[in-house]
Design a protein around this ligand. Structure first.
Ligand SMILES: C[S@@+](CC[C@H](N)C(=O)[O-])C[C@H]1O[C@@H](n2cnc3c(N)ncnc32)[C@H](O)[C@@H]1O
Length: 169
């Protein structure tokens, strides 16, 4: 924060966007969410935002950080349609094929893929692969919600890979 004072405001704005996007998707009757790089604990969570609209919404929280995953397991993975998934989002096939994710996400129904403040940790090539691999092929009719911080605008390929993103940005 000393090096970059706007950081707290950026984090709050990002979180507000993620919650707004989850609520928007739920109001479109999308009842499934994959939160990639979930970063728990956060309040409100995607689950809380979605279930405020659709009480039966299902959420898979994906992260690679053991601390995040322990919070997810303790707070959220209660067996009622919420899962904590230990996976690296740079491997979309492993994420989408993970048994814990598949236990709560039905591939035959629309799903909202959330990439909140995580793509900027990856290089442009990996970000393209992640958006193409998780947002695009499996659910062409589903929305995605990317957000992040960058020193320059994201590649058009990354934006295109995110499907509906432009409609809610
Ligand atoms: C800045 S936090 C964002 C939290 C939340 N998505 C939000 O928008 O408020 C980024 C999260 O992404 C996770 N992350 C970073 N690289 C990852 C990777 N390759 N695979 C899975 N999670 C990753 C980190 O562990 C961290 O929890």
């Amino acid at each position: 924060m000393e090096l970059y004072p706007p950081l707290p405001a950026l984090a709050r704005e990002n979180r507000a966007f993620v919650i707004k996007a989850a609520g928007w998707a739920a109001r479109q009757r999308i009842g499934q969410f994959i939160d990639l790089g979930a970063g728990l604990p956060v309040y409100p969570s995607v689950c809380q935002a979605a279930r405020a609209v659709l009480p039966a919404a299902r959420v898979a929280y994906v992260d690679i950080d053991p601390v995040v995953l322990s919070h997810a397991a303790a707070l959220l993975a209660t067996g009622d349609g919420v899962a904590a998934v230990d996976a690296d989002l740079r491997d979309p096939a492993a994420v989408l094929g993970h048994q814990d994710l598949r236990a709560v996400i039905d591939r035959g129904r629309p799903v909202c893929v959330i990439l909140g403040a995580v793509l900027h940790f990856l290089g442009p090539q990996a970000a393209r692969a992640v958006t193409a691999g998780t947002c695009w092929p499996a659910w062409a009719a589903s929305p995605s919600s990317p957000s992040g911080q960058a020193a320059r605008p994201p590649d058009q390929d990354v934006i295109a890979g995110c499907g509906y993103a432009r409609e809610i940005l």
